[in-house]
Design a protein around this ligand. Structure first.
Ligand SMILES: NC(=O)c1ccc[n+]([C@@H]2O[C@H](COP(=O)([O-])OP(=O)(O)OC[C@H]3O[C@@H](n4cnc5c(N)ncnc54)[C@H](O)[C@@H]3O)[C@@H](O)[C@H]2O)c1
Length: 402
């Protein structure tokens, strides 16, 4: 992630220091950037002069002392709170007082990272999506300690890098990694229950659902080690809410070192010449898989609105621009019909009797108000705030209009 973010910053004209304790990783990052740049020249997208500038502006270093004089440091090291806190403390001793310190963490609390710093109001979450140069979304996550000035200048800066920024509450998984949990979790559950294999689940989500990547291809791309840790962190951070329970299948793949593309083996085999499994192209089964995962995703999105994690508009933007969902989940809910979404979730709950399948109270309230209701995304929030008022008004009208 770090090298991708460095590329984005350099492409926007900044001088960048890319620091890694491992020289081999720096060499890999440099070679990979050279390859990407050569391809862009070949395709006629950038001139040789421009790509040379992008590469020249990045200094590769194994010492954080080279951060001295920086205006912004974005940390993208291993997902471990203690190590991140140690690194932030060190960086604070190197940079000036006006330097913004950001973390690209996918799942850790920004408040706890900021707590390691003397000047915690300059610490913020700036969360890119993989691959950073291609994915437009960046989540901006102020901690409770973050000053408004830090939030504003961070967001303005990332906007100027032509990214789509959304503001998210410092809660586990922020927007995307919270709302997207069922994309992985329910896909794993379907496999564990023997409903379908990896390839069939991926086929259902891509061919029938229009998702660009199936859950298993995506987990292999992200890395099962990273995706598992994020799931476990989110689960613990939500006080073991069963909705976010990790899966043994992913744990075992991670323990086996089957991280995905980066290790050559994950749910699929990436060795040269390896044959890939064929999906069972049964549309009845495929639609059942798609529907089960999709209603749980919609439920998460509506629950995120309910808990003020972000605005409905930002939640739909986040899922389409950060993880390439074919539609915003709230807009999709509108299309399917809220009553149908609720009925499907309730059916799962009735069958399993697991809290994992409980419907969001906001979804239930909305269906109660009017099953046919067509709401705009902003109206969804309005409705939540004014639910009791509207309900009360309707009752009053009934009294006054015989
Ligand atoms: N992989 C993704 O899709 C993704 C997406 C968004 C955010 N993130 C977040 O970005 C961060 C990095 O993820 P990644 O997938 O790039 O991990 P990675 O393991 O591929 O890379 C981490 C790099 O950090 C280096 N490193 C470790 N400790 C260090 C230290 N003390 N000082 C300097 N360098 C150190 C390692 O050598 C390694 O090169 C994590 O916080 C992760 O949650 C990852």
């Amino acid at each position: 992630m770090g090298s991708g973010i460095a590329q984005v910053a350099s492409q926007s004209g900044h001088n960048v220091v890319l620091c890694d304790t491992n020289q081999a990783q720096l060499d890999k990052a440099k070679a990979s950037l050279a390859k990407i740049m050569a391809r862009l020249v070949e395709k006629g997208k950038l001139t040789e002069e421009v790509t040379k500038g992008i590469q020249d502006r990045i200094q590769y270093s194994t010492s954080m002392n080279d951060f001295a004089g920086s205006g912004l440091v974005i940390e993208a090291i291993i997902e471990n709170l203690e190590i991140k806190q140690k690194v932030f403390k060190t960086i604070e001793g190197i940079v000036g007082d006006d330097c913004i310190l950001a973390s690209n963490t996918s799942s850790l609390s920004i408040a706890s990272i900021a707590a390691a710093c003397e000047k915690s109001d300059r610490v913020i979450g700036i969360h890119f999506f993989n691959p950073a140069p291609l994915m437009p979304l960046v989540e901006i996550i102020p901690a409770v300690q973050t000053s408004e000035e830090t939030t504003k200048s961070s967001r303005d800066l990332i906007d100027s890098w032509k990214k789509v920024t959304v503001l998210a509450k410092d809660t586990p998984g922020f927007i995307v990694n919270r709302v997207a949990r069922p994309f992985y979790g329910e896909a794993l559950r379907l496999y564990e229950e023997g409903v379908a294999d990896f390839a069939t689940i991926d086929w259902a989500m891509t061919e029938l659902g229009g998702f660009r990547m199936g859950p298993y291809t995506l987990m292999d791309y992200i890395g099962n080690d990273i995706n598992y840790i994020v799931t476990e962190t989110v689960f613990k951070a939500f006080y073991y809410d069963p909705r976010y329970k990790p899966s043994f299948t992913q744990k075992r793949h991670s323990e086996a070192g089957w991280f995905g593309r980066k290790s050559g083996r994950g749910y699929y085999n990436y060795a040269e010449g390896a044959t890939q499994p064929e999906p069972t192209k049964d549309t009845v089964l495929g639609n059942a898989i798609l529907n089960r995962i999709r209603v749980l995703l919609i439920n998460e999105a509506i629950d995120a609105v309910h808990l003020n994690i972000a605005t409905p508009k930002d939640i739909d933007l986040a899922m389409t621009k950060g993880v390439n969902y074919p539609k915003g989940l709230l807009s999709w809910a509108n299309e399917i019909g809220l009553a149908k979404v609720l009925a499907d979730i309730d059916e799962l709950y009735d069958e399993y009797r697991e809290d994992r399948y409980r419907a969001s109270v906001l979804l239930r309230r909305m269906v109660k108000v009017n099953q046919q209701l067509h709401f705009s995304i902003d109206f969804l929030k309005f409705l939540e705030v004014h639910f009791f008022f509207i309900f009360f008004s309707i009752r009053m009208l009934r009294i006054f209009i015989p």
